[in-house]
Write a new protein. Structure first.
Length: 194
């Protein structure tokens, strides 16, 4: 096996040590034309304050971004959304890709334009630990039909026509609590569930 990996590494022009590490993986994804999926820190690391996201609620880490398509919060159009600066480009790109795939009509039909919020310094629902929203690294969509305890198939974002919605977020390293744990289908976060 190590011999095969060394041959691949030689072809890719990376050190041929026979170990499939991050440098080899990056070279392979680039050679295959695959966009590298970012690996965000886990929730525990975020909550300890030792992750790249720093301490919760720090204004210098938060930025306002313009969504790629109209979003509505409780019936009012949102001018911008507030997120952590390190995920801002990923959120903007994911929303652009969603618009390209679904179009405005599809977005409206599926309720993908119904925004439930992002940055919010508060505890996680049903617990004492801070929510990932307190760092500005979580966003909620279509909250009316995807509440905390609404499971598949009742949750609208669990339907097959929303599969690409989740795949787009996952390509940016984000995690769906719905897809991972079948609850809180409205929630997408840029922290692993470990």
């Amino acid at each position: 096996m190590k011999t095969s990996i060394r041959l691949i590494q030689q072809k890719l022009g990376v050190p041929a040590d026979g170990i499939m590490g991050p440098q080899t993986l990056r070279a392979m994804t680039a050679a295959l034309g695959i966009r590298e999926i970012p690996l965000w820190p886990g929730q525990a690391e975020v909550r300890r304050g030792t992750s790249i996201f720093g301490a919760p609620g720090r204004e210098d880490n938060l930025v306002n971004i313009l969504p790629a398509y109209p979003l509505f919060y409780e019936g009012q159009q949102v001018r911008s959304i507030r997120v952590h600066r390190l995920i801002a480009t990923h959120v903007q790109q994911a929303l652009r890709e969603i618009l390209e795939h679904y179009g405005n009509a599809g977005i409206s039909r599926l309720g993908l334009d119904q925004y439930g919020g992002s940055y919010n310094y508060r505890p996680a629902s049903g617990g004492n630990a801070l929510s990932m929203h307190a760092w500005g690294i979580a966003l909620d969509f279509a909250p009316r039909s995807n509440g905390l305890h609404v499971k598949s198939p009742r949750a609208s974002l669990s339907h097959p026509d929303c599969s690409l919605w989740w795949e787009i977020w996952e390509q940016h390293g984000a995690v769906s609590l719905g897809r991972e744990r079948d609850y809180d289908w409205m929630h997408v976060q840029f922290a692993r569930l470990c």
